[in-house]
Design a protein around this ligand. Structure first.
Ligand SMILES: Cc1cc2nc3c(=O)[nH]c(=O)nc-3n(C[C@H](O)[C@H](O)[C@H](O)COP(=O)(O)OP(=O)(O)OC[C@H]3O[C@@H](n4cnc5c(N)ncnc54)[C@H](O)[C@@H]3O)c2cc1C
Length: 388
């Protein structure tokens, strides 16, 4: 029997996250967006409340929460500000490969660091010449005795400027395409250089950095899983994180719709609130139904993970549909506000800018369609060389 009713615990978790978003995130979100202020105090409060590191298993100090619970939290915090939620949620992305494939020693050390103190970790896959086409990455890891030596550069790394450690993908076999990639944990103090903080269109309170590795030496034990299995680990990671990203997109869309609904009841044109005009009503109707559909896809993709099922297809449905919905709803919310929607003083302008990233990171909307097409035309192929 399919039942969409939340349990009392899930309801309480959702309320707790909503309360945090309303009291701690919303009041500063537009201000932080203006100057791209790093939300350090919000990171510390969220960490204290257990709203970070939710998927780290209990034995390493985490909440051991289900993916479904994570989706509930991610929607609410993104309703507050998706840029701040990107900063809070990035540990989930960086730790997913560790939880999935790392040795017991690495889990204890590096997951433990994040649960013992409000520290951050980053996920380093993208390079200047290798975005959607992960297999073309150039960063290398060369084994020398009991060490790996890493050289290369990664771009667009969330929390890159603040991370204590990094999950880094590098070529261990340059000629083997996606079968020559391995994943490593690289502590910041091994010599990671933060080159540049990006100035962004949206999600401006999140930190996005270019980082580089110049003969960075790490112990051989910092290899995550087996050598040359990094691509598979990266794809398994994205299956695990896309439900949460879809939920973030739902949070942005919901916020935009709420502003549009309220504004449409207040703004009077042609002698009536604009909500009385059918053209506006239809935009609101499309927003409401598409948000509901996006949430159901996000929930389904999370529940499949919780049930131990392969969710590649459904997590791409969810990420693609929710991201495109967030962009469409935010665009229509600006439309409902008319000229005021284009002005920074009004809230939907920020949501419009924030929504755009949902169609780009963790696999663009085109890459999601690529995955969906492949999974539909040739079901259940697990390893494919382009899908970041
Ligand atoms: C704010 C921000 C935060 C990010 N955080 C991280 C992070 O923490 N870690 C990390 O590793 N990366 C991160 N990224 C990188 C992000 O995942 C990439 O930007 C994304 O995967 C796209 O890669 P690209 O930018 O190189 O675009 P490209 O791959 O160059 O794509 C350009 C365009 O071509 C399209 N395209 C490419 N290939 C195909 C194809 N085969 N078929 C159809 N269309 C195609 C794309 O959809 C896109 O529209 C972040 C990016 C941003 C902007």
């Amino acid at each position: 029997m399919v039942d969409f009713t939340l349990t009392d615990e899930q309801q309480a978790l959702r309320e707790m996250a909503h309360d945090f978003a309303e009291k701690e995130i919303r009041p500063v979100a537009w201000e932080y967006d203006k100057d791209g202020t790093w939300p350090q105090e919000i990171v510390e409060k969220a960490w204290e409340l257990g709203l970070m590191n939710t998927h780290i298993p209990e034995e390493y100090g985490g909440a051991g929460a289900s993916y479904f619970d994570g989706a509930l939290i991610e929607e609410e915090l993104s309703w507050g500000c998706s840029g701040i939620q990107t900063s809070l949620g990035c540990n989930g992305l960086a730790t997913a490969p560790v939880v999935y494939a790392a040795s017991e020693e690495l889990k204890k050390e590096y997951l433990g660091r994040l649960t013992e103190a409000p520290l951050l970790a980053s996920f380093c896959l993208t390079e200047p010449e290798a975005g959607s086409d992960v297999a073309s990455m150039r960063t290398t890891a060369v084994k020398q005795g009991d060490k790996y030596v890493i050289n290369g550069s990664k771009c667009f790394i969330t929390n890159g400027g603040y991370a204590n450690w990094y999950t880094v993908y590098a070529k261990t076999d340059k000629d083997a395409g996606h079968r020559g990639i391995s994943a490593f944990i690289v502590p910041r103090d091994a010599g990671v250089v933060v080159d540049k903080k990006e100035d962004k269109l949206g999600q401006r309170a999140s930190n996005t950095a270019t980082i580089s590795f110049n003969d960075v030496e790490i112990p051989a034990e910092n290899l995550i899983g087996e050598e040359n299995k990094g691509f598979k680990i990266a794809m398994a990671t994205l299956d695990r994180t896309r439900p949460g990203v879809a939920s973030m997109a739902v949070g942005i869309a919901r916020a935009a719709m709420e502003f549009a609904v309220n504004y449409s009841k207040e703004r009077v044109q042609f002698g009536v609130p604009i909500a009385m005009h059918q053209g506006i009503q239809f935009m609101i109707a499309d927003m409401a139904s598409e948000i509901e559909a996006a949430r159901l896809l996000a929930w389904k993709s999370a529940v499949m993970l919780d049930n131990g099922e392969r969710n590649t297809l459904v997590s791409s449905f969810a990420k693609r549909f929710a991201a495109d919905t967030a962009m469409k709803v935010a665009t229509d919310a600006v439309q409902v506000y008319g000229g005021y929607g284009f002005i920074k003083e009004y809230p939907v302008e920020k949501l419009f800018r924030d929504a755009k990233i949902m169609q780009l990171y963790e696999g663009t909307s085109q890459i999601q369609r690529l995955v969906i097409a492949r999974e539909t035309l040739v079901p259940r192929r697990i390893e494919e060389p382009a899908a970041a």
